[in-house]
Design a protein around this ligand. Structure first.
Ligand code: SF4
Length: 202
């Protein structure tokens, strides 16, 4: 596809004719095939808990947000989602939550082990800042990737947007630890940009 100008992009964003939209989808699909055809590139996001002890000011999940209904999925509900993801042809499940101390390292380990032994899925975890021994346990259980947002390298800004977080240099240490564990890294840990795949009604 030739490079799109700003005008082209605006035109596509305003497009509503089904035949033109079909053309757009087909072109998008050919780009996808070109880059990820041979990879299992689709991931199913499972929001396993909406509890979080942090106060990141940009995030709806922050503990101070009293308007958000909180839930925590059960072991069985998570496993059901993983089974369903595999059936639907996904290659990866992403288990994501706020920084929730009730999600113990052992509990997560058990789920990762089950998913890795019973399915062909890759497992990505996005559980915030956790201890090195916990990351090690999850890696040993078979977790493939870890998502951790790196908001900024500006320490003052970091402390403003994440008042209760670890100092910024510890976030960098954590990223180094993940790298040393050979866990693939991705950069996100925030509620406001996450689609909710499964939210039990409680
Ligand atoms: S960004 Fe992550 S750690 Fe911060 S409040 Fe949201 S879920 Fe919690």
């Amino acid at each position: 596809m030739s490079e799109l100008t700003k005008l082209d992009l605006l035109g596509w964003l305003r497009e509503s004719r089904p035949s033109r939209l079909l053309e757009l989808y087909q072109r998008a699909d050919s780009v996808r095939r070109l880059h990820v055809w041979r990879c299992r590139a689709f991931a199913r996001l499972i929001e396993i808990s909406s509890h979080c002890k942090r106060q990141c000011i940009y995030c709806g999940l922050r503990s101070g947000n009293r308007d958000l209904p909180r839930y925590r999925m059960t072991h069985e509900e998570i496993l059901d989602c993983a089974r369903q993801a595999e059936k639907l042809g996904y290659g990866t499940v992403v288990m994501q939550a706020g920084e929730d101390d009730n999600l113990t390292a052992e509990w997560i380990t058990e789920i990762v082990r089950w998913i890795k032994s019973e399915t062909a899925l890759a497992v990505t975890l996005s559980l915030g800042e956790r201890q090195h021994d916990e990351l090690q346990m999850w890696r040993s259980a078979g977790a493939d990737r870890y998502l951790l947002r790196f908001e900024t390298s500006d320490q003052n800004l970091f402390r403003t947007i994440i008042p209760a977080a670890f100092p910024e240099h510890q976030r960098l240490d954590l990223l180094q630890q993940l790298k040393a564990l050979a866990m693939k890294l991705a950069g996100r840990h925030g509620w406001n940009s996450r689609p909710i795949v499964r939210q039990p009604g409680r």
